[in-house]
Design a protein around this ligand. Structure first.
Ligand code: 5AD
Ligand code: SF4
Length: 419
């Protein structure tokens, strides 16, 4: 979501005559697009602002946008006196207001909903992967999560707007579309004729666009997986057989304290439905270790489910207490050293599984999407349908290539283009 917001902000500033620079000392405007999901990301913002302040031209304007802006509000101006703007994730389209008058300060952390999508100029060229938000905000109240506070309640974008933006991304270069939302599969929009659209309708309409070869979406809430969406994994060839569906914990006791609205058994039932329609499907998850009250036994249940499901490409985090959340004031907070030990154990397991899956891909042939040259500049990186990076040697990288996998390790595949 932040990548998308960043591209829209860049397009907006280009529209106002700016060009991008990597050199802070050259810049007339500097902004940090920020994440507040864990304390570590938030803490980095203020040290980065200090560095920017020292390096920038004296008359350059600077500020923060995104979730830390929303979380800090006017406190940010108290902490850094000459900061020019603090704009929440749904107000960054207001940035031009300050461009003509750099002496004013701009604070807007309102949750305005969809206004930004309409007010911003469209992107002028797309990377091969285009991220398109279908909804923003979240109505789930997971007790650890700051997102319902920073991004507000769920709002689904009009179906026609999403398809128009998707078509536009395809027209300016996209080959893969990744639909985005904090609760992407909760997408639900009813138009003025009373017709209701779900994520499955968006995917089917997108699949009709001939330049688009691959479709995926993130991030899903398990109990909002409706049958229409699950069935598409068996019928829609452009939909990648790879799904991000965070479980967070394998313990029913902890899931309840997290206010996740499923049990382990219910979650596994949903995965079985996917496997039934698409036997090749692979699942990725997010995990939180060290949630308040997590016992050794609770943690072992998370390890067990990670083994049992055999996730790939997963993310694991130490629980981080956040303002405006219920879990931050729960008793039995877990000491940092125990969180760290658990994270190391879970990461080792997830890495082993990733290596095992990568090795199982040797000799298989995948349709892959070009990403970029590798660090040497001689070889090139493609992405498989399971988002594994795959390195090939070629003089003429094409946007899509059929690649036979020749070797693999934990972090990547190597292959040969056969078509
Ligand atoms: N502490 C640690 N991880 C968190 N996440 C969300 N809130 C927290 C928190 N307070 C993780 C969840 C979510 C991912 C985007 O970030 O695993 O799925
Ligand atoms: Fe946060 Fe996701 Fe839970 Fe919503 S569903 S509250 S975004 S973790």
């Amino acid at each position: 979501m932040n990548v998308y917001d960043g591209l829209r902000i860049a397009a907006m500033l280009e529209h106002h005559g700016f060009t991008q620079t990597d050199n802070i000392a050259d810049a007339d405007i500097i902004l940090l697009n920020t994440c507040a999901v864990r304390a570590k990301a938030t803490d980095k913002v203020y040290s980065a602002l200090g560095r920017i302040r020292r390096a920038k031209k004296p008359d350059a304007i600077y500020g923060i946008v995104g979730c830390v802006a929303r979380e800090s509000g006017s406190d940010a101006f108290r902490k850094i006196k000459d900061l020019n703007f603090v704009l929440g994730p749904q107000s960054y389209h207001k940035l031009p207001e300050i461009l003509s008058d750099p002496d004013t300060k701009l604070l807007d952390i309102n949750l305005g909903g969809l206004e930004k999508f309409d007010e911003l100029p469209p992107i002028t060229k797309s990377p091969y992967v285009a991220y398109i938000p279908v909804q923003e905000g979240c109505n789930h109240c997971c007790t650890y999560c700051i997102v319902p506070y920073t991004r507000g309640p769920e709002i689904s974008r009009p179906f026609d707007d999403i398809i128009a933006e998707t078509q536009h991304a395809a027209d300016v270069g996209a080959i893969e579309i990744c639909f985005l939302g904090q609760n992407v599969n909760g997408y639900k929009y009813t138009d003025k004729n009373g017709k209701t659209y779900r994520l499955s309708d968006i995917i089917q309409e997108t699949a009709k666009i001939s330049n688009i070869n691959r479709i995926r979406f993130t991030s899903s809430y398990p109990t909002e997986m409706t049958d229409d969406l699950i069935e598409l994994f068996g019928t829609e060839k452009k939909l990648l057989p790879f799904l991000n569906m965070p479980i967070q914990s394998g313990s029913d006791n902890i899931l309840k304290k997290m206010n996740r609205q499923y049990s382990l058994a219910e979650y596994i039932k949903i995965i079985d439905k996917f496997k039934h329609v698409q036997p090749n499907i692979q699942i990725s998850s997010d995990f939180i270790v060290g949630f308040p009250g997590e016992s050794e036994q609770d943690f072992e249940q998370t390890m067990d489910v990670a083994k049992r499901i055999g996730y790939i490409n997963s993310y694991s985090f130490k629980y981080s207490p956040r303002p405006h959340t219920a879990a931050a004031i729960m008793p039995d907070q877990i000491p940092e050293n125990i969180k760290s030990e658990r994270l190391i154990k879970l990461d080792a397991l997830l890495n082993d599984r990733q290596r095992e899956f990568n090795l199982s891909c040797i000799d298989k042939i995948f349709d892959c999407l070009y990403e970029s040259p590798d660090k040497t500049g001689i070889k090139h990186i493609y992405r498989t349908p399971y988002m594994q990076p795959c390195i090939v040697t070629t003089d003429k990288p094409t946007p899509m290539a059929k690649i036979k996998i020749t070797s693999a390790n934990k972090s990547c595949l190597h292959g040969k283009i056969i078509d």
